[in-house]
Design a protein around this ligand. Structure first.
Ligand code: ADP
Length: 274
């Protein structure tokens, strides 16, 4: 490939400004190649992950055909097909979200996003799972905070954090979502009293498809993509996401996003209806 690699003896032939330019070009190409490698890995992983539920649905459909005389077995297989197709739909949804965020490019036109709306939708999304486990999800914090960003992305990120908190918690426990303003940024924390994350795994949980020992929570059927979506949303917003966790005691994930201070003020200056 003639395009790859820098020209030889570059530094001897070009002026300092030129060499900086060449360096930038080389860095650009290295980045391009890295992005391409990540993309290839991602496609391979997605194909692999899609095969599991698709294969299961096919086997179950065959089992239904064979069991047509036994209504109870048909019912059981059909239920499992539903579970597998939900898993497939969830995976496809997350892959779509992630592919939209691939480049970590800063948002082109950030808009005011009302955090109260975001937390309400995020909590509603997990309401069924939380209800089934008798987990209470509480939201605390100053009302009326506005973030500068993309509503769909921010909602997806917070919803993923809340869903994880519910997934990895024991029945009957509590999940707390708090919001506060710190130095021009908004911190959204999701605190759970769940199983926690082992110290030596904590650096890896934001990687795509990474799951801490899938055997410890087989029944939750996660994809390993949720936290990488959160990480990319933080990156496109110029924010970050951090985690504190003690195994067996619980975890706190804190997502930091830019605060849209001017908008909060505008809102608070609106005349109050009589
Ligand atoms: P998954 O679909 O497996 O939940 P994520 O990317 O959302 O994928 O999370 C990656 C892994 O990090 C999970 O498999 C789980 O082991 C761990 N994890 C994420 N959130 C929590 C949490 N609140 N408590 C304990 N472990 C968590």
């Amino acid at each position: 490939n003639r395009q790859s690699g820098p020209p030889r003896n570059v530094s001897a032939r070009v002026a300092p400004l030129g060499s900086r330019l060449v360096l930038a070009l080389v860095e650009d190409r290295t980045r391009e190649r890295r992005v391409e490698a990540v993309r290839r890995d991602f496609v391979a992983n997605v194909s692999h992950e899609l095969k599991t539920p698709v294969g299961a649905i096919k086997l179950l459909a065959e089992a239904v055909q064979d069991a047509s005389e036994d209504p109870e077995a048909v019912h059981r297989f059909a239920n499992r097909m539903l579970t597998e197709s939900d898993r497939l739909a969830h995976l496809v949804q997350q892959v779509i979200e992630l592919s939209r965020l691939q480049g970590d490019e800063p948002l082109e036109s950030p808009e005011p996003v009302e955090l109260d709306e975001v937390t309400t939708v995020a909590v509603d999304t997990s309401a069924m799972d939380a209800g089934a486990k008798d987990i209470k999800v509480l939201v605390e914090g100053q009302p009326g905070i506005t973030v500068l960003g993309n509503e769909e992305q921010v909602t997806a990120a917070v919803a993923n954090l809340v869903a994880n908190a519910v997934h990895y918690s024991e029945p009957g426990s509590k999940v707390l979502v708090t919001t506060r303003i710190v130095d021009g940024y908004v911190e959204i924390s999701v605190v759970d009293q769940g199983i926690g994350i082992p110290k030596d795994e904590i650096d890896r949980i934001f990687e795509r498809f990474y799951r801490v020992d899938p055997a410890r929570h087989r029944s939750t059927g996660g994809t390993g993509l949720g936290l990488s979506i959160v990480k990319h949303v933080a990156a496109t917003h110029g924010g970050d996401v951090r985690v504190w966790s003690v195994e067996g005691q619980g975890s706190t994930f804190t997502l930091t996003l830019p605060h849209h201070a001017a908008y909060d003020e505008e809102l608070s200056m609106l005349p109050v209806a009589e």
